[in-house]
Ligand binder design. Sequence first.
Ligand code: ATP
Length: 371
Amino acid sequence: MAKVQLKDICKSYDNGFNAVKNVNIDIEDKEFIVLVGPSGCGKSTTLRMIAGLESITSGELSIDGKIVNDVEPKDRDIAMVFQNYALYPHMTVYDNMSFALKLRKMDKAEIDKKVQAAAKILQLENLLDRKPKALSGGQRQRVALGRSIVRNPKVFLMDEPLSNLDAKLRTEMRAQISKLHKDLGATFIYVTHDQVEAMTMGDRIVVMKDGIVQQINQPKVLYDNPANKFVAGFIGSPQMNFIEVDLMEKDGQTVAKVSGKDVEFLVPGGKAAYLKEKGYIGKKVTLGVRPEDIHKEKVFLDMSPESAFDAKVVIRELMGSEIFAYLDFVGNELIAKFDGRNDVSPGDELRLALDMNRVHFFDIETEESIL
Ligand code: ATP
């Protein structure tokens, strides 16, 4: 069992800077949890406090119900894998992997068993005699992982372990780490600023900003039901579009009128009733729409004339199976994602429609999600 609990964890550095503010996270045994957020949001500090590499200013950190705030890193039964691998350059792969076990004075045969087993899992069997400089980035990263696996820890902590790899290797290693998690049956706590890594690897994701947890949930829930405008913009690529609108009643229906422009979208009944109940009619709100919820197909346009609009293509990015179209829509920049088979070019005037059943509304002041 390796349940990790953070209760009201705060970190103030010596210079008085509050890097982590009242963080509460319950990490389940065998869970793969990803801490994600922009640079400086406090995710590494949080991980380093779990590792014991950074003191905890206030709050309680427990592993399997035991408070470990003052327990030495080596006694926490955790292993940390860093972004820069931290391998010993003068040692072979075998020696790098066995080093911690030798320090513990483990029996030689036992060490060999553990190193060979880890090398097998990570496909490093043929590289055990090499020195780090004779390895590729991906191989070095696997050695760094191997070094933690041999220790058989209950919890693996990883701080941006893939950020030094090229895009292709990163994708490969993503899958390898997910597989490793399944094979080892251990708890993984993984830090990244890359929302794609978070979305593809995490059982649950913790989104942080300015030292504060914004939302904790499964990837799909974060994507479909972001708690606020920050999470909505951070999760998803290209990011969600935001348009300032005025909500108003018109001929017995609710419309979202683009602020200062002569364009309106009809708000569907269910959403309109909720916005009314919450007192938002007559107010300015932020409408959020994901790039894939902007449509250009004729069938969709015919079905949704009340959410149709015109926009001009400014830039087009061909991604193969998809096209990202950067649009000028009455002075707002919108990004739409179309099927790659579409013929879209800069300068094109497009007739488009929003899928109003899938749009989000955010309070303009608090930026919290309304629905
Ligand atoms: P990155 O992705 O850039 O590593 P992060 O989200 O992991 O960012 P942290 O490294 O946790 O962020 O840092 C959080 C904040 O704390 C940052 O503003 C950083 O400048 C500050 N900070 C980190 N270490 C110290 C320190 N030793 N003294 C003072 N401030 C620090």
